[in-house]
Design a protein around this ligand. Structure first.
Ligand SMILES: [Zn+2]
Length: 138
């Protein structure tokens, strides 16, 4: 695979800045609501379950299950042409939230629905890191 730092970097906003800072430290973090106890993703300033503003950042176990996936055959941007075919999956995290990410690694194209995956971090431009997943448990 070509130099991954050539891929575009994430663009943090006020709600997601701590998420991206944690990712750069190779930690996957989620917001958890202190009022109802639910985790959510992507990060918001109000709990999407009960609208409380009593939210805290918590470290995710970084493990989950593939809910569904697709294999990209055409690059959405020219820089990704070197990467096709690749897997885009919806991963149900242990804590509850469902997140979209790539399944990466030499065996990524063998991804199946329902299999366990674990987070890894892919370097992007400017030293940013992007949470992605690999097949199997750590
Ligand atoms: Zn809540």
């Amino acid at each position: 695979m070509a130099n991954e730092s050539g891929y575009p970097a994430p663009v943090p906003n006020a709600d997601s800045k701590p998420y991206w800072e944690a990712a750069t430290r190779e930690e996957l973090v989620l917001k958890r609501c202190s009022s109802c106890g639910k985790h959510h993703f992507p990060p918001r300033h109000l709990c999407p379950a009960c609208w409380s503003d009593k939210l805290e950042w918590t470290k995710s176990a970084g493990t989950g299950v593939v809910y569904t996936f697709t294999i990209m055959q055409r690059a959405p941007m020219p820089v990704f042409a070197q990467r096709v075919p690749y897997v885009v999956a919806l991963v149900d995290l242990e804590e509850g939230p469902r997140m979209m990410a790539n399944i990466v690694g030499d065996d990524a194209l063998q991804t199946t629905v329902g299999e366990r995956v674990h987070v890894c971090f892919e370097e992007r431009a400017g030293g940013a890191k992007l949470p992605q997943f690999r097949r199997g448990t750590r």
